[in-house]
Design a protein around this ligand. Structure first.
Ligand SMILES: [Zn+2]
Length: 457
């Protein structure tokens, strides 16, 4: 065995990520259930894309790579950056197979049949995956640098896939730089990172940089429904949307959650209630009931409904996050209204009705109070009491007049007191801070206005 091959074998055994196995690749056939010969493969692996077209939502990066492959002008070092779980490593693996395949399909995807593809389906010594997080020092890249001059063992190109490459130390990057500057023709580097800002400019400037984006909720929800269908299950539309929201743009995170949902229930249909309870989320309708009571300025009912949510096992912090999420959605609803389609259908109905009763200014004030409340809740010895007090403040805020309403009303009152009031008089009323509070109290005898809040406004 050549020296470099020996080194790579050692690296594979103690350093790099496990390579794709033959079994793994067989299981990835689309339209196939993840249940293979009794061993259940996690969904994120079972539905890992096998061709560029299957890569979700990364059209730009895909186009660049496909064009480069068709023209045989692929950059020798590519940096794939983007949030976790959006397909960086998957894309890197697709590229590594495509460049080594001897008869690519439509010039881009690996064929899966040629001798190179068959080699790659098993453990290949020429495709090396390294997790930079566990190999931060110079030693982590020493094998790459030392072996750069040697030709690949079997395949046309030796490919290094370095995950979380930003974790490499400064000296490791320096060691790698020489090879990046003058790469041998048989070498390709595919770097993946969630934090491209931490990579030295000298390295960045030698890479083709492709940004992979966070996926939108609709794309994710539709993917999760599709996967469920292939698994012989049905995922409710609302449930898919809640999963997508919880996934925060990451295909993989959502598939892991879907795995949990499948494990929790043997029913054919995965419902919204099941998903919400799995994610420890409160019942959506109960949350709207609470918000409605707040908007109705009914303090007693608001606190009763809050108690009921907490008594069902809700945690104060999680609940507050959900309230804030609803306030955010209501605000978006005010702006984009019916065209907002990244919401569950049930949200569109109740959220739409509620948002019509609240101005953006009021929603924004409630959001600010909640944000302040969130900080307090984490400091408070009793989070539940802290949440109670926040609800009291929200009820007060919901009924509080807006500064613009106050000024209009003050001007009107002033005008009725002094019909012949000069322009100078009106100016006094709208700008004089010292007398504002006393005038406010005259104009709104029942309003719950505090001195400090008047100053803020
Ligand atoms: Zn092939």
């Amino acid at each position: 065995m050549p020296e470099n091959a020996q080194k790579e074998t050692n690296e594979s055994s103690h350093g790099s990520q496990p390579l794709e196995t033959q079994q793994d690749s067989l299981m990835q056939k689309p339209q196939q259930k993840s249940q293979v010969s009794g061993n259940r493969l996690v969904l994120a692996r079972a539905y890992r894309p096998l061709c560029f077209a299957d890569l979700l939502g990364q059209d730009h990066a895909r186009r660049v790579i496909e064009n480069a492959l068709r023209n045989e002008r692929l950059h020798h070092a590519i940096l794939l950056s983007g949030p976790r779980g959006v397909g960086k490593t998957t894309l890197a693996r697709l590229i590594s197979r495509a460049i080594n395949c001897k008869s690519r399909k439509s010039g881009t995807d690996s064929c899966g049949d040629c001798s190179a593809c068959q080699t790659m389906a098993g453990e290949s010594l020429d495709i090396i995956e390294i997790d930079a997080a566990s190999h931060t020092g110079v030693d982590g890249v020493r094998d790459i640098v030392d072996g750069a001059g040697y030709r690949p063992v079997v395949l046309k190109y030796r490919v290094y896939i370095i995950d979380e490459v930003h974790m490499l130390s400064r000296s490791a990057f320096n060691a790698l730089l020489k090879t990046l500057e003058e790469p041998p023709p048989h070498l390709h580097f595919l770097f993946a990172t969630t934090e491209p800002d931490k990579i030295p400019l000298t390295v960045l400037s030698r890479c083709l940089r492709l940004e992979l984006r966070r996926l939108d909720n609709e794309t994710l929800a539709s993917h999760y429904r599709d996967v469920s269908k292939r698994e012989g299950r049905k995922l409710e539309e609302d449930a898919a949307m809640v999963l997508a929201q919880a996934a925060e743009g990451s295909v993989r995170d959502g598939l892991s959650l879907l795995d949990c949902a499948f494990s929790e229930s043997n029913d054919d249909t995965i419902t919204l209630t099941q998903v919400r309870s799995m994610l420890l989320l409160s019942d959506g309708h109960a949350l709207y009931d609470l918000l409605e009571a707040i908007v109705d300025e009914d303090l007693e009912l608001s606190l009763t409904r809050l108690d009921s949510l907490l008594n069902k096992g809700g945690q104060a912090e999680v609940l507050l996050r959900e309230i804030m999420e609803r306030l955010h959605r209501l605000s978006r609803f005010r702006v984009v209204g019916a065209i907002e389609n990244s919401l569950e259908p049930s949200d569109r109905e109740r959220g739409g009705a509620l948002s019509e009763r609240l101005s953006l200014a009021t929603l924004s004030r409630m959001w600010q109070l909640s944000l302040r409340g969130y900080e307090e809740l984490r400091l408070a010895p009793d989070p539940r009491a802290s949440l109670d007090m926040l609800i009291v403040r929200l009820v007060c805020a919901a009924g509080m007049p807006l500064p613009s309403e106050v000024l209009t009303r003050l001007s009107r009152d002033a005008a009725s007191v002094q019909p012949a009031g000069s322009a100078r008089e009106e100016k006094d009323i709208t700008t004089s801070d010292s007398s504002l509070s006393s005038k406010l109290r005259v104009a709104f005898p029942n309003a719950k206005i505090e001195e400090q809040e008047i100053e803020e406004q």
